[in-house]
Design a protein around this ligand. Structure first.
Ligand code: NAG
Ligand code: NAG
Ligand code: NAG
Length: 354
């Protein structure tokens, strides 16, 4: 009899654990029934550029960024010989590894975390055809789990809920800034048909949240919340992350913080941004994720200590993520770059500000 009761109790504990898990979406039960367009998430800006130099933007690799809570990963696709790599401006300056390796890591993480919806946003300044871009998504298995709408544009009110994206196995939403083509690859969505963005390369933490790129009729918007330092080299403005101010920039509240910037965005545009892109997401012990929870009106669930890596951890992350920092001294890289330049110098340098 006692044995019997124990079994029933054990079974009900298992069942309630499974149920609890199945009613959580992106870490919060409250988000399951919310439309994709009605959830604010943190994005890791330039997520493949890992290190501690002027050409890097994050200090943990993508798996750790995702573990901490990032639900958008942003990066730049470039040609590196026959392959596609994630490079900062170009592959000579900083090569963050192949797109296939990167997507394979993301796929591994998604398989381990079945209740998570993730957005990928890539820039395509080399104008690579979308059918070529598609291949690493096929090879990594990501395309099979991507959102694939019937029409090129999903209006803000027509997005599925997070629970529906999870149950239909469309847990990855892929956007590209230029040269998406729904008739060729319906899973790669055109960014600016869905989002507008406020300015990037801010050098002052006033965060005005005004429209810069994209059409204001787009239902969703992205707030670029990474602060840069402007340096002038060879008569050209170079923007690099202002890491000295990260504590303020990434904070959940206070002047110049992410939290305050989101409040200002809400005051101006009624709804909070769908994504907020940050540099060095680990700085602030989860404060960027706390700010997103506040925007969603949910009680922040901390994931324990989130901190920048030690030097040993950092070099491990850089190895794991195949990052190759050819430009510890930005000036050297730029000078060499200028010597080997085939593009007009001004065009190439203007791309650097991305
Ligand atoms: C979600 O929609 C509600 C109702 O329109 C709105 O008040 C809230 O700000 C939205 N939240 C997000 C994160 O978009
Ligand atoms: C970081 O946040 C976690 C969760 O709130 C907390 O337990 C921990 O003490 C914090 N660590 C530091 C160094 O503030
Ligand atoms: C990055 O380098 C600076 C100085 O070179 C150092 O103060 C800082 O701790 C380093 N950060 C990491 C994450 O290693």
């Amino acid at each position: 009899m006692l044995m019997h009761i124990k079994r029933i109790l054990a079974a009900s504990v298992v069942i309630s654990a499974v149920l609890a898990q199945e009613t959580v979406c992106n870490g919060y039960a409250e988000l399951c029934d919310r439309k994709y367009s009605n959830v604010t998430s943190v994005g890791a800006h330039d997520s493949p550029f890992i290190g501690n130099s002027s050409m890097t933007n994050q200090d943990w690799g993508v798996s750790a960024q995702l573990d901490h809570g990032a639900r958008m990963l942003q990066g730049q696709i470039h040609r590196q010989g026959q392959a596609l790599h994630l490079c900062h401006t170009n592959c000579f300056i900083h090569d963050g590894g192949s797109l296939l390796d990167y997507l394979t890591q993301v796929k591994t993480w998604l398989d381990k975390n079945p209740r998570e919806v993730l957005t990928l946003l890539f820039t395509n300044s080399d104008s690579i055809g979308v059918e070529i871009v598609k291949q690493p998504f096929v090879d990594s298995g990501i395309l099979d789990m991507a959102y694939h709408p019937q029409s090129p544009t999903t209006a803000a009110g027509d997005w599925p809920t997070l629970a529906s994206l999870i149950s239909t196995n469309q847990r990855v939403v892929i956007f590209m800034d230029y040269h998406a083509d729904h008739s060729k690859v319906p899973q790669i969505l055109d960014e600016f048909s869905h989002f507008w963005e406020d300015p990037y390369n801010a050098v002052e933490s006033t965060w005005p949240c005004t429209r810069d790129r994209g059409d204001s009729s787009s239902g969703m918007y992205i707030h670029n919340h990474f602060l840069d330092k402007k340096e002038t080299l060879l008569g050209t403005d170079i923007f690099t992350p202002d890491t000295d101010k990260l504590t303020t920039t990434n904070a959940a509240s206070g002047e110049g913080s992410l939290g305050a910037a989101i409040d200002n965005c809400v005051a101006k545009h009624t709804q909070p941004p769908t994504f907020v892109l940050v540099d060095y997401e680990s700085h602030g012990n989860g404060s960027v994720y706390e700010a997103a929870a506040a925007a969603n009106g949910v009680q922040y669930v901390a994931k324990g200590d989130i901190h920048p890596p030690t030097p040993a951890q950092l070099s491990h992350e850089m190895d794991d993520n195949a990052g190759e920092d050819t430009s510890d001294a930005l000036a050297v890289a730029l000078a060499q770059h200028l010597l080997t330049l085939t593009l007009p110098a001004t065009l190439a340098l203007s791309l650097l500000v991305l």
